[in-house]
Design a protein around this ligand. Structure first.
Ligand SMILES: O=P(O)(O)O[C@@H]1C[C@H](O)[C@@H](CO)O1
Ligand SMILES: O=c1cc[nH]c(=O)[nH]1
Length: 294
């Protein structure tokens, strides 16, 4: 039965008639697990693409929030499946289809667990346009490859277009938080979401490439003129699904390179690791501020 505050998160009349809801990709279910007991206290959800990165983020936030128990002992709640991982925080794989499956089940999980007032963060990596590598971009508008602030989903053979507007208040507050952190250059700007890392992002170094260096730069410069500061592969569906399900959401991605200067990610591994921690520190600061731990 959908009631009260939880009603805001899901919009599917069929859920009411289901005896049991199996969240297949999480290896969780409403009959096999007490979802309200396991997840009912959730107020912040952080998602990112890599299992290792999210495990270290879970350990880091565990320490930052001074939670009881040993941070090294935190368990992958989805250990029964190798599709995703979840540490009461989880990775969503690469690209729109992967994050979209995860979001369907995550949002139903929040609903079944009777959560309210939840904020969702995507903490990720991206290619920057005209920014020094290591810059954190907080997304203003998530746009598609045509620079449109929308996400198109094909449903029953028809295209449904959904807005990708994100929560402006969260973005501004995150920017404000960044000023309190050392070594965390941060901007707000538009983020382009593509369906491919190589040709889709105008790279010259994929297995296929049908355009010239000049054509690549012309496209990236047009994107830059449209206010696009970075390129990744999940923001539009993330923004659209959170928005339509009444979840406040933000996208925070560090840039690993400046795409106006190249395509290969050749920065040393330890520098990339430090870059990837920047969105994590920023979100940790935001959460601590909201929990009045600062
Ligand atoms: O969440 P991450 O940092 O994995 O997201 C970006 C977009 C693609 O999923 C991936 C490509 O390298 O990085
Ligand atoms: O260039 C990049 C770097 C990380 N992720 C992307 O999607 N693109």
């Amino acid at each position: 039965m959908i009631t009260g505050v939880q009603k805001q998160y899901v919009n599917n009349p069929h859920l009411d008639n289901m005896e049991e809801d199996i969240l297949y990709h999480f290896n969780l279910g409403t009959k096999t697990h007490n979802l309200p007991a396991m997840f009912g206290d959730i107020k912040f959800v952080c998602v990112g693409g890599s299992a290792n990165r999210m495990r270290s983020f879970a350990q880091f936030i565990h320490q930052q929030l001074e939670l009881p128990g040993n941070a090294d002992d935190i368990r992958d709640i989805c250990e029964g499946t190798d599709r995703y991982s979840m540490y009461k925080a989880g990775p969503h794989g690469m690209g729109v289809p992967s994050i979209s499956i995860m979001l369907h089940e995550l949002i139903k999980l929040l609903y079944h667990a009777h959560c309210s007032d939840v904020m969702v963060f995507r903490i990720g990596t991206s290619g920057g346009i005209g920014l020094p590598p290591g810059t954190v971009v907080i997304t203003d508008k998530a746009v598609d490859s045509f620079f449109r602030p929308q996400f198109e989903q094909v449903v029953l053979g028809k295209v449904i277009t959904r807005s990708t507007e994100l929560d402006k208040g969260m973005a501004e507050e995150l920017l404000q938080c960044s000023t309190k952190l050392p070594n965390c250059p941060t901007v707000i700007g538009n983020t382009m979401c593509t369906h491919d890392f190589y040709e889709g992002q105008g790279r010259l170094d994929g297995a296929l490439c049908s355009f010239s260096t000049e054509e690549k730069l012309e496209y990236l410069k047009k994107a830059h003129e449209a206010g696009i500061k970075n390129i990744e592969m999940e923001s539009t569906v993330f923004a659209a699904m959170c928005r339509i399900c009444n979840l406040k959401a933000a996208v925070i991605c560090v840039t690993l390179l400046n795409r106006l200067e190249g395509d290969q990610i050749s920065t040393p591994h330890d520098v990339l690791v430090e870059y990837q921690q920047r969105p994590q520190y920023l979100v940790a600061h935001f959460i601590k501020k909201h929990l009045t731990l600062l």
